[in-house]
Write a new protein. Sequence first.
Length: 371
Amino acid sequence: MTTLAPVRTIGIFGGGQLGLMLGNAARPLGIMTVFLEDSPNCPASLTGQVFTSTQSDRFESMCDTFTLEFENTPLEHANHIEKNHKLFPSSHALLIAQDRLNEKNLFNELGITTVPFLSVNDLDGLRHACQQLGLPLVLKTSRGGYDGKGQFVIRTIDDIITAWDELGEATKIAPLIAEGFIDFSREVSIIAVRSQTGEIRYYPLVENTHSNGILVKTVAPAPNSDHLTWQAQQNIKKLLEHLDYVGVMTLELFVTDAGLIANEIAPRVHNSGHWTIEGAVCSQFENHIRAVAGLPLGSTDITQPSVMINIIGQFPDPSQLLAISGVHFHHYHKEERAGRKIGHITIMTGDELLNDTVNQAIECLPNRLGL
Ligand code: AMP
């Protein structure tokens, strides 16, 4: 077996709340985290030193190994780091995950079911896609979209021009992707972690609710999902092994009558795994740090069924929320702004009161987002 050099400092690209939670998980392991991020007062600054892009040499010189919390970490940064250091996940995994067309082509190559899709370069190409795939369809930018941004649902022929006016500009950077509109019954995700020795551990499948493309609620484990677990695990295993991936990966899936359909991967810890901080033996954040540092992985077993709810736009009164037994509150130290994820709560009561407690907690939120 290879002996891995002890890791004392991990350099993380990005400094948002995922970085904050990675830093919090690293500290008890005796591992320091530092961040490359252009906002010095970012959430991760609470847990480690932040370097801006003009200080990237110092960032690089301080760290034994590197990872990321920002999916759109520029590929040139990743390629540069890989010349002299280890980066987990690799720039190749990033190249795939940053582009929806690359991602879906790889899914199909590996036998993972996707929606039918076509690449779109121009307005004629969009008209052709509408004929081939039928309406409605979802037109998306292949790069840079997040939380439902960069998407347009084309429902009638009259929407084609409006959709093109909105998204056509993006074809100067990369083609758009037109996807058949899926009539799914629910959305689920699976998070798995792969170590440097190739061991894979899976968290249970969870059910996700979105509002305007933004995740608002995760239920762990996903109810009535035992029959879906094997397929989800096989899908993410194929991706992890094909990419020789190290660290946490998330696969988002649609549940349909015909089974699971893969939507996208995130090459990082994920919002749908925040419940693991309290609800799993070893959180997604700690397992990612363990994998990147070459340490043995921890158990992904669930300790108690949990429900995670995002705090979006406006903070609730924390004392009102914390008066409810079973509520854990996470504040990201971000300013309030419409549509912005600024915190989350995880609710776990360990008994049949879970749903009632979730409803009580939702009552405390100023922005309930249809929950
Ligand atoms: P995405 O950025 O691909 O995760 O999309 C954001 C949300 O839009 C998803 O969570 C779904 O709720 C919805 N969505 C995305 N793609 C499709 C599709 N092909 N058909 C139906 N709904 C979709």
